[in-house]
Design a protein around this ligand. Structure first.
Ligand code: G16
Length: 540
């Protein structure tokens, strides 16, 4: 390989040295840490993005964000050609590169071996798309990724400020020559908003969308959501709060805060609107909430989107007389509320699969179905439609031998599919899909909430010395290390009616997460607290 490229790499590594003793793994959503200790890993990820692009002969995305984490954190993850998360087999290369110290000769040797194994050359073409969220540290980190990728002969498109799902969408569109949509931000908004407008306008007797108050977590979504207002005048109105002009990113606001603490965010009035939602720092998660007649805070999380979306899709497939030809599946994680799983299986009659935390796992499993609906309870999710099902729906919509009602239902589904960002969970797309369904089904937010009653639950973050001491199995529902931890959890759970609890190490924060549900809130809180104590004792 070229000496000049090696020398450039050495210079970049001298500029951004790896701190001694640091260990960083490609976790739930890429590399995440405090932003000031991240520059060196951006060199490795820039190289890896270039190699991945050479191998796939397609554009690879690099998103700089730490999503729901605080402003002082940042992170980076790669996006594969169809807009999905990096194939897990490549996480090994990411971790190998991360573990190598700042010795350019060793790094170069590893890269030579890797490139031989991958059958690519330094001079082969590569194309990288970079974007970042509003964190102050992001532009510098993006520039390091770009310089590293360019050493490996990559062309770089820097989109600068985008939501994470917008970059996933852009990568997919760029690689399939516009089949999925146009890869620009204008292309993204035009596709989603036109589909929303079509769905509303083709449906007779829709309920006008009431103003939705949005907590934008002081992040990138605040700015991006203004385009939705501009494109859908008279159809949808969003009142945007926590827009970054005053508060801090994800601080006492945003989807993670609302879901974790089960309370309303700060920074917006709780009396003026009939419904609210919170997105997170990079606008890939969404939760809804409202204040009920008794002024009680009521939340609708990711599980609720699964239920709403399944109910709508199944109803429209039924009306189009397509339901018996389509296999629908829902994918959840251990965090899904037991009541939602029961409702989906027993009332909606749709199978549910449980996988480990992380959109990458849910997305992968969703591909097993004609229509795979996946949501994490934290509000992160989307729907995948197979080409086969899209063709069936299109054919039904255009079939003159079908009744008008059947064709309308098929056309409603076609429009709905275009609202959804199938590449990854997307708060903006999910918000539009939710508003469209509530309007088409004439459903109020209370009506949506009343579909089933959540089991009371509690989630805790437990700081421990070394979170890797906790190891899990069975889609993270059971603990295999430390020994006896699971026995203790089982014993505690057995004391609580409808009790369930699990623990797992976070892949995005330096903590262990504890989840508990039980028949009453008091019992869920007690169970979570008791499990927390055991975790603390066993990880001392
Ligand atoms: C990321 C992942 C999600 C995951 C969340 C929490 O979300 O994309 O799939 O649920 O982290 O993961 P963990 O419990 O391992 O910390 P985001 O919104 O931060 O990108």
């Amino acid at each position: 390989m070229s000496e000049a490229a090696k020398e450039k790499l050495a210079a970049l590594m001298r500029e951004h040295p790896k701190p001694t003793g640091i260990i960083l793994g490609y976790g739930t959503a890429g590399f995440r840490s405090r932003s000031d200790i991240l520059p060196w890993i951006m060199i490795r990820i820039g190289i890896l993005a270039a190699l991945r692009s050479k191998v796939k002969q397609a554009c690879i995305g690099t998103m700089i964000t730490a999503s729901h984490n605080p402003e002082h954190d940042n992170g980076v993850k790669l996006i594969d050609p169809h807009g999905e998360m990096l194939d897990q087999s490549w996480e090994v290369f990411a971790n190998n590169l991360s573990s190598l110290d700042d010795d350019v000769n060793k790094l170069w040797k590893y890269l030579e071996t890797l490139m031989a194994q991958l059958n690519v050359q330094l001079h082969d073409n590569a194309m990288i798309a970079i974007a970042y969220d509003t964190r102050q540290s992001s532009p510098l980190l993006a520039s390091i990724v770009q310089r590293a990728a360019e050493i490996f002969y990559a062309n770089v498109m820097n989109f600068e400020l985008l939501t994470t799902p917008q970059l996933h969408y852009a990568v997919r569109c760029y690689n399939d020559d516009g089949l999925y949509g146009h890869y620009t931000e204008a292309g993204y908004f035009t596709k989603l908003c036109t589909a929303f407008q079509n769905l509303i306008e083709m449906t007779p007797n829709t309920k006008p969308c009431e103003t939705l108050a949005v907590d934008a977590a002081n992040g990138i979504g605040a700015h991006k959501l203004t385009y939705v207002n501009q494109q859908l005048p008279g159809l949808l109105h969003l009142e945007i709060f926590n827009d970054g002009t005053r508060g801090h990113l994800n601080e006492k606001c945003g989807a993670d805060y609302v879901k974790l603490y089960q309370k309303a965010p700060e920074g917006l009035p709780l009396t003026n609107y009939s419904k609210y939602c919170s997105i997170d720092g990079d606008a890939d998660r969404l939760v809804y909430f409202f204040m009920d007649q008794n002024h009680q805070f009521r939340m609708l999380d990711g599980d609720r989107f699964s239920v709403l979306f399944v109910a709508f899709i199944a109803k429209k497939l039924q009306e189009a007389k397509l339901l018996d030809q389509v296999q629908i599946g829902v994918i959840q994680t251990a965090y899904a509320n037991g009541s939602s799983t029961d409702y989906i299986i027993n009332i909606l009659k749709v199978p549910v699969a449980c996988v480990p935390t992380g959109v990458k796992h849910l997305h992968h499993k969703a591909l097993d179905y004609d229509i795979g609906i996946y949501f994490e309870a934290n509000g992160h999710g989307t729907i995948l439609f197979s080409d086969n099902v899209k063709n069936k729906i299109k054919a039904a919509a255009e079939d003159a031998n079908r009744t008008e009602a059947e064709r309308l239902a098929a056309n409603q589904l076609r429009a709905f599919i275009d609202i959804i960002n199938e590449t990854v969970g997307d708060a903006i797309a999910d918000l539009l899909a939710t508003e469209a369904i509530l309007s088409v089904l004439n459903l109020s937010i209370e009506g949506w909430l009343n579909l089933y009653t959540d089991l009371p639950q509690r989630q805790l973050k437990v700081p421990v010395k070394d979170r890797t001491m906790i190891q899990t199995t069975d889609a993270e529902r059971r603990c295999v290390a430390p020994v006896h931890l699971q026995d203790c959890i089982d014993e505690l759970v057995s004391k609580y009616p409808s009790g369930r609890s699990f623990v797992r190490p976070s892949g995005t924060e330096d903590i262990v997460r504890v989840y508990a549900e039980a028949a009453t809130q008091e019992q869920a809180d007690q169970l979570a607290d008791a499990v927390r104590k055991i975790v603390e004792d066993m990880t001392k």
